[in-house]
Design a protein around this ligand. Structure first.
Ligand code: SF4
Ligand code: SF4
Length: 85
């Protein structure tokens, strides 16, 4: 795991659960790509601080091992092709 992912793990395992507890829910939100909506524009690839996204066959693919669940990619996608769930 690179330094970025280590740093964001704090966000993943502490800040997000605390926020969700505040909302009354204990769930770690993870990004998921809608392959039918993705146009392979690479905006998410460039926005991801962990280098966890690559384009495979014209569609964004997230490496769960590298992903820190920061959800930056959700906001970066101009097509709303990445959802948090
Ligand atoms: S949530 Fe998205 S932007 Fe954040 S680390 Fe995972 S793939 Fe990258
Ligand atoms: S930003 Fe959205 S449309 Fe562009 S490659 Fe990523 S998921 Fe696909």
């Amino acid at each position: 795991m690179n330094q970025c992912a280590k740093s964001l793990s704090i966000f993943r395992y502490f800040c997000i659960p605390v926020f969700n507890i505040y909302k009354g829910d204990f769930v770690i939100m993870a990004p998921k790509v809608d392959k039918d909506t993705c146009v392979g524009c690479e905006s998410c690839v460039n926005a991801c601080p962990c280098g966890a996204i690559s384009i495979v066959d014209g569609v964004a693919q997230i490496d769960e091992e590298q992903c820190a669940d920061c959800l930056t990619c959700v906001d970066a996608c101009p097509c709303s092709a990445i959802k948090s769930e």
